[in-house]
Design a protein around this ligand. Sequence first.
Ligand code: EPU
Length: 446
Amino acid sequence: MSWHICGKLDRVNAIWLLFSREIGMDVFRIEGPVRLSGTVTVNGSKNASLPIMAAAVLTPGKSVLKGAPQLSDISVFSQLLTDIGCKVATGPNGDISIDSTTIGKPVGEYDIVRRMRAGICILGPLLARMGKAEVSMPGGCAIGYRPVDIHLRGLRELGAQINLENGYIVADARRGLRGGEIFLGGPFGSTVLGTANIMMAATLTKGTTVIESAACEPEIADLANCLNTMGAKITGIGSPRLTIEGVKELKPFEYEVIPDRIEAGTFMAAAVITRGCLHIHNCRLKDLMAAVALLRGIGVTVEAENTGCIVACSGKTRPADITTQPHPGFPTDLQAQFMALLALAEGNSVIIEKIFPDRFMHVAELSRMAADLRKEGSTVIVSGVNKLIAAPVMASDLRASAALVLAGLAAEGTTIINRVYHIDRGYEKIEERLNPVGAKITRESD
Ligand code: EPU
């Protein structure tokens, strides 16, 4: 690239940064390209921690969640629990204690639930414990329309009466919930948080509930395991057919959450896109088989070691086709990150999004970094290029912003990512964890 263009890009970056920076929003400045090498450790799973925190509401007393990541989504969920009357505290070792002895109001307020869709999974536990609940309908979000009709259908089949009033789901089960056979499939497969909601409600329900087409995601299995430590009787864990024998009461839990498979997959992608080698600790390969098979298929070495794995990539990778699917298929939460790495593959890849057909906010931003992408409906054709080129880009949602960080590590020049609060929702201080292995990421705050 000529000095003229380099200088021009620097000026454009500076001007962009000056005018686009929003007050109170951090920005990442990423120098690339780098080659990552060393050891990174995966944190506890965000998407397992959130429903487990909701499970604390099922019974009075103090529950303790160990190993939860320190993320803004976890703080917002803590606020939601505090708002309904729980006492939530984070210990010096990061353990989160939730004392749900008193529930003051079984209401998930709009101002909190609109900030985090997982707030909906308070509905099932509140209904089972209190016999009534009001939870704001979650709003739209950057990854597309996300209805909750299947959650409501499942709770109705357990015997709850449900109405929508002023944007709130108003649920009544004061006559008691009863077990039943419930099909939780929808047009895009099962529902993860819907399964969490119905499974939690069913633990305290009279009779036996069978959930067909339950989500098989490891986060749901983890929630079920936690519920069983509380005294629930759930079998079929990890399969699409869950059987829940209702019990009269549950006891509080002390439970350690599983590692975050999506963070692990993101670190794998970071090793590959930088043609580096990472030892990834606290990573369960069995939760990531689709992603691991894909990586091996494009020429990446992935080997199990101790509590994790080594991921190494020395040269160009082959292209690959991805169709996102419910677990154990390829996870939608890694689609954006893998698009970034396939942008540098030798040939054409096809990515089909089957869970959230509109989850493509990263396409325009990656294109600004010289990725060659063509979107047709819920399909993106990725034509591999020789290099990515740094640019100012905008983070739009959690996984899209992770893809931009990955692209920034591999791109030539200085990538500026605005609105990094999106990445802080799901990755704890990612710059402090990637910099020791060779990344050059600076967080700039106002
Ligand atoms: N769906 C319906 N009706 C419903 C519920 C879901 O049609 O009542 C549809 C959705 O619109 C979507 C599909 O079913 O097309 C799957 O949605 P699901 O309910 O499984 O998603 P979720 O439970 O709301 C969780 C994760 C997401 C992850 C999805 C899919 C949490 C907090 N969120 O969402 O994680 O993408 O499952 O695996 O667990 C992320 O971490 O970045 C993230 C978005």
